[in-house]
Design a protein around this ligand. Structure first.
Ligand SMILES: [Fe+2]
Length: 264
């Protein structure tokens, strides 16, 4: 009997209203067509580009997303610190202060198939107090061996991402980078079998600077002056993601396809 495969859709950083709309349209387009079994999305920009409110977390789940990951904006919406809100299907980066609420790695269920998802923050060009993601992730790997394991590594630098993926090559199913909002054209299977992608990209405003209105971004960058940091709310939507076909016996990615679509 052939091995059973599952299809996992991973959506890049969902940036504000247009990003949530783009994610919804992407799921509607591919859910049946590609027989998607499980959906992971980075939602750290889902609320006005700056965090994840409980309402927006619930909205993303209502689209069929199974797990919402986070990043450097995790603490920018106070809902994240509210112990009365149940973010059961959300992760926050492992290497934040351990006293903070939430978990960074967890086993979820896709039917009867366990899927472990982990979320970490890179330390290069990320100005936060973070513990070493390599050492922290070693501890995560001591549990739940021989399981499908997908990692969202939220980081700025492609070299740091590649180093992390190479170091853990063969011990995880897939390494998917997030945070830069730019999809990289470097998906590959590393030597020991782990799928690697530097950055999966963004769901958000197509005609923008990484989801932000262009005018303020140009002023800040060109003149070094304070300028409005407004998230673009109208216009064409970009949807970036990747679909992974995973063999549930070998726990390896056997086929992959980048998603890079435009919605009017
Ligand atoms: Fe980020």
């Amino acid at each position: 009997m052939p091995n059973k495969n599952i299809n996992v859709l991973f959506l890049g950083d969902i940036c504000s209203f247009l990003g949530r709309e783009a994610a919804k349209e992407c799921i509607e387009r591919y859910k049946e067509k590609k027989k998607i079994d499980f959906i992971i999305a980075n939602g750290e920009n889902a609320t006005h580009g700056n965090g994840l409110s409980f309402n927006h977390y619930q909205e993303l789940l209502s689209y069929g997303i199974n797990v919402v990951t986070n990043g450097n904006h995790f603490l920018n919406v106070r809902d994240a610190l509210n112990p009365n809100l149940n973010f059961e299907y959300s992760l926050r980066p492992i290497n934040l202060d351990p006293s903070l609420p939430g978990v960074g790695s967890k086993v979820f269920k896709c039917g009867d198939i366990p899927i472990k998802v982990s979320n970490l923050l890179g330390r290069v060009y990320i100005n936060m107090s973070l513990s070493n993601p390599f050492y922290d992730f070693e501890k995560v790997l001591e549990e739940d061996k021989d399981i499908i394991h997908i990692v969202d590594f939220h980081g700025e630098a492609t070299a740091e991402k590649r180093c992390f993926a190479e170091y853990f090559d063969g011990r995880i199913t897939a390494f998917i980078g997030t945070h830069t909002h730019v999809q990289t054209n470097d998906p590959k299977i590393l030597n020991k079998g782990t799928f690697f992608l530097s950055d999966v990209g963004m769901n958000g405003a197509y005609d923008s600077v990484l989801g932000v209105e262009k005018e303020g971004s140009i002023t800040r960058t060109m003149k070094g002056m304070p300028a409005p940091f407004n998230i673009a709310r109208t216009g064409v939507k970009l949807s970036n993601g990747v679909i992974l076909k995973i063999d549930t016996v070998t726990k390896r990615v056997v086929k992959f396809e980048l998603i890079n679509d435009i919605y009017q």
